[in-house]
Design a protein around this ligand. Sequence first.
Ligand code: UT7
Length: 326
Amino acid sequence: MRVGFLSLGVCLPKRIMANDEWSRYVDTSDEWIRERTGIERRRIAGPEEGTATLAEGAARAALDDASLQAADLEEIILATDTPEVYSPDTAAIVQHGLGCREIPTYDLAGSGCAGFLQGVDIACSRVRTGRRNVLVIGVEVISRIMSWQDRNTCVLFGDAAAAAIVGPVNGAGEVLAVVAGTEGGKAGILGKEIGGTRRPFGPEHVASGEYNRLIMNGREVYKEAVTRMTAAAREVLDRAGKRVEDVTLFVPHQANLRILHSVAEHLQLPLERVYINVQDYGNTGSASVPLALWEARAKGRVRPGDLVLLTAFGAGFHWAAALIQY
Ligand code: UT7
């Protein structure tokens, strides 16, 4: 059976925040952010927008794109590090919001920026065992849970949701191969600790300003990102019996322009074949890969017959890659 993407959908917060605005909150500049990250602006969720509403928006767009109804969905996998509420998971809230049948739903919580591709990996195997129309969503509203006083992290991120429906396909959109892996020994270089059972949230964390702090060893994350995304890309190509030269478009996780350039260089892929939109959205976590793929398709960068390589890395330390034949 051929399994692949039946459709894609995106939902973006209305508010666009340019780099300059960050200098109101932290000691930074447009120049520093552009030079070190390539980011120029990002979307920030407003009071009416949240993880569930953005996820639902992306899901509805993906349903429209596939000419399907919510009742046609058979499972929902939602990847996020910024859930609507602590419990239950956001997928359950989205299921109700969409008006689905009582289908199984679950979050890949804390899966970081690799979550969407991990979800695609699971969805493909679910479709192979009989499910149809599995909705995979990547969504983050990180602006609401991060510290707006920590310049090391706050300038990097943006809010967004993007989704794909995975199901049986007749050729176009087929997932030729997908790979995923985790090195749990690197869990400490990127994440958010306060609020879990190891360090339950308490008033002392508000006093110390730790309560919303993201832990990030930027340089270590950078090195891991380049190594892991490059290795995952090579592995998925090998598995499908394809070469780097066969790739028409490379759509990596949009974390940082320098990371993207470095991965492309390691793979010896010319930049004309790399899709980049980090300048407009920043790092949108698990929404990043499907958002970039959706935009590339909307701009006519994905044509019938194209071989599209997706890869991502994130907190965990998780990585994943998929190869799509359009
Ligand atoms: O999905 C995964 C999420 N995380 C990532 O992808 C992060 C990966 N890492 C990176 O992208 C880069 O390491 C950063 C963009 C985070 C940082 O770039 P860098 O070239 O590694 O800079 P650095 O950490 O070595 O910091 C250089 C200087 C430091 O000042 P000192 O110690 O040299 O005086 C920082 O304090 O830049 C300072 N700095 C800033 N200055 C202005 C850090 N953040 C900022 C800022 N504005 N926003």
